[in-house]
Design a protein around this ligand. Sequence first.
Ligand SMILES: [Zn+2]
Length: 363
Amino acid sequence: MTLTLEKARAGYRRLDVFRAKGSPRDVGEQLGGRFADEARRGLEIFRKELTWEKGATMDGARRYARKVLPRIEAWFPDFLEEMRGYASGSGIRFDLLAAQWSGYSSALAGKGCTDVAVTGEQTADGSVLVAHSEDYTPDYEGVVVPVHVSVDGKPGFFAMSYQGLFPTMGFNDAGISLTGNAVSPNDARVGIPKMIPPRRVLEARTLMEGLEWSMPEARGSSFNNIVCSRDGELYSMEGSGTTFDALYGEDGWLVHTNHYLSPKMWRFEANLHAKFCSILRYNRARRLLRAALGRVTPETIMGIQRDHLGRPDSICRHVNPAAPSEDESKTLFGSIVNLTSGEVYISGSTPCDTEYRAYRLGS
Ligand SMILES: [Zn+2]
């Protein structure tokens, strides 16, 4: 069995990953320089998203960013330095970059994502596997890119990041992973933008730091942040603006999509009637994973990420032609982290029709 798996893994082509290292400012400048085109595209998409929201304007977003920047400064000043470096490296004005990622627009809500995590008790070779597929506006195709970042004095991490700067999934060389799902809380407030905690979790040296940093008390809103460790501890941190529940991977596995699972969180769900796709993907992923428990491999999870039950609103998601343009969503990439071996597998686009490539952290 081991030989077969090794042979299968040896068959993956190497993923091309951009490496950035140095001080927070240096890292930001390198990322901004490399991903300036993606930064410009990201800003264009944000301008378009603003037109979908009643009363939303770029000036409003800039004013909102000025309110939240001091809160980021107080909680994670190094990342603000990285953003400043990124602005200078990419040529995008800092106030526009901050406006774009401040959490002002709610367009980031509820477009998808299906996550699976499995401990060594349930995998074929004892590895801990954590997987995430990213479903979002088709415009972002190619804007979410693989990076390997080493900030001086902190654990190095691999991430798939929006325009190279804002991670949506990743793991670090201290054996901590961060994945997760958009949720739609009804208690959002002015506070640390939800894009910031996932980035800080990737600097965690311990599981405890990862959990704490996934839910800063001064946050404005939250994702469901899935924080796992190489020891096989699996946590799904279902957050809203004001509270959270920590769901644990009982029996060595968990699945999460885009609606709140904890009864404690049900009253924070903005509109459960908008969550049928999430419910479908959640149950389908559980059923497929349950059938493979005890012998799960990365390839098992690739199979789940390619599943088309309910297409186009399936786990492998395709644009639904009946959806209005602001609700369009597709799978931008599939990812599987092997926390035990330090490897990650990434599909370049929709998992059903693009190959997975492999990267080893530290390589
Ligand atoms: Zn597909």
